[in-house]
Design a binder for this molecule. Structure first.
Ligand code: ATP
Ligand code: MG
Length: 420
């Protein structure tokens, strides 16, 4: 019969990669605690409208990447492609704007986008997502960058760039829109089909195009960064000053727009040349209008998402094993009866004692212990029981010596061996 495999772009996360995921999460949780972020778990499935309204209907995500389907009840549902939309929904649904002066939350989990799978790009991938609601001061923009900086340091990522830009507010965008349209109108022949559509509906999106030729066209274009309104300029300058205070190096990238419509003012991405084509592994920014646009009171917001798969590609695997491994080899029914009391005594002390369930021959058990890379093997058979002893073999030196067959003494010895 044909074996069933995972869906295209969906993967099992196992072994070394999973260990890295867990390590990234652990370090991340530590900094969330330190900076006062509270964890929330959100549904993976939400109403399609939530994403269309927040992410924007001219974005790549909404136009072509969502896992959207109609359920049995006839509702249009979508597997979340990102976390901010759900975070805003939850913030409003829980009425947090009325309960707290500001809200700092984070969530960790899978996201879904129907993209062409390749290295660093999957249809199911994982994000760690951080959001702050209710703070308009640029101090929080800088704080988030500082948090990212600490994470990268602690996890040993050395080659990275923090790229920042300001995409302004409605006021600066409105007046800049026409400048952009005038510019790109003269370059229409060089733009891809998607960008021609973007030119009609949302010209700023052209900067997010991955097409080589479109990227070249944008090289001579005017930048929104150079025509920010006074308020947005002040915000950015203060942000830069705080970042300087934290002692972090930034790279201003005036082309950076991000793939979601809701961003305002500060946007940022962390990229690494060690990643190949999909260079960005952390991305975020401010979204000061989103809460209001989603039906809430005017509330500033800012957040970022860590792409865990890409982050994991940048950190080293954990070195070697910690502690020593011990194995219990028993031959015969009588010897097997010694296993359970010994196991219980070990478990009570938090000691992991390995063994094979079948018992089988001593030779096969020794081979198994060797495969498991055990450091020590306790051997018990009828002979040993008669003498009131147990053999302890040091696998490295292949030397063995006798110990009294006394559970207390054996556990004490195990404890000594496993905690050097
Ligand atoms: P890209 O330009 O790579 O498509 P994006 O702008 O669509 O990224 P965001 O929506 O900002 O990405 O998501 C934040 C992070 O999530 C990205 O920087 C990346 O690390 C990760 N990410 C996004 N899409 C995928 C995917 N399909 N597979 C794996 N990771 C992804
Ligand atoms: Mg994308």
């Amino acid at each position: 019969m044909e074996k069933i495999r995972t869906l295209r772009g969906f993967r099992d996360i196992i072994g070394e990669e999973l260990e890295k995921f867990r390590r990234i999460e652990a370090v991340f949780r530590k900094y969330c605690d330190l900076l006062g972020f509270r964890e929330v778990e959100l549904p993976v499935l939400e109403k399609t409208d939530l994403f269309v309204r927040s992410i924007g209907d001219t974005t790549d995500i909404v136009e072509k990447e969502m896992f959207t389907f109609t359920d049995i009840g006839g509702d249009s549902l979508t597997m979340r492609p990102e976390a901010t939309a759900g975070m805003v929904r939850s913030y409003l649904q829980e009425g947090l704007y009325a309960k707290e002066r500001m809200t700092k939350v984070f969530t960790i989990g899978p996201m879904f986008r129907h993209e062409r799978p390749q290295k660093g790009r999957y249809r199911e991938f994982h994000q760690i997502d951080v959001e702050v609601f209710g703070v308009k001061e640029p101090l929080v923009d800088a704080e988030l960058i500082w948090m990212v900086h600490m994470l990268l340091n602690e996890l040993g990522v050395e080659r990275y760039r923090i790229e920042v830009n300001s995409v302004g507010c409605k006021t600066c965008r409105e007046s800049f829109r026409n400048v952009l349209i005038d510019f790109f109108e003269t370059k229409k022949g060089e733009l891809c089909e998607d960008c021609l559509r973007r030119l009609e509906r949302n010209p700023l999106r052209i900067f997010d195009c991955k097409n080589e030729q479109c990227i070249r066209v944008t090289e001579d274009s005017p930048f929104l960064f150079d025509s920010l309104c006074g308020e947005c300029r002040d915000h950015f300058e203060l942000f830069e000053r705080h970042i300087e205070g934290f002692g972090i190096a930034l790279n201003i990238n005036k082309r950076l727009v991000r793939g979601l419509d809701y961003y305002t003012k500060t946007v940022f991405e962390v990229t690494s040349d060690d990643l190949g084509a999909q260079k960005a592994f952390i991305a975020g920014g401010r979204y000061d209008n989103l809460v209001e646009e989603m039906g809430g009171p005017a509330t500033a917001g800012i957040g970022f998402a860590v792409g865990v798969e890409r982050f994991a590609m940048l950190i080293a695997p954990r070195e070697g094993k910690t502690g020593k491994l011990c194995f219990f080899a028993f031959v015969g029914d009588q010897a097997r009866d010694h296993l359970i009391p010994l196991l219980k005594a070990c478990a009570a002390q938090g000691i992991n004692l390995l063994y094979s369930y079948e018992g089988k021959s001593l030779k096969s058990q020794m081979r198994y212990a060797d495969n498991l890379k055990c450091d020590f093997v306790f051997i018990l058979g009828d002979d040993e029981i008669q003498k009131g002893i147990i053999m302890l073999r040091d696998m490295a030196g292949a030397v063995q010596h006798e110990l009294p067959l006394d559970p207390e003494k054996i556990v004490a010895e195990l404890k000594r061996l496993t905690n050097p």
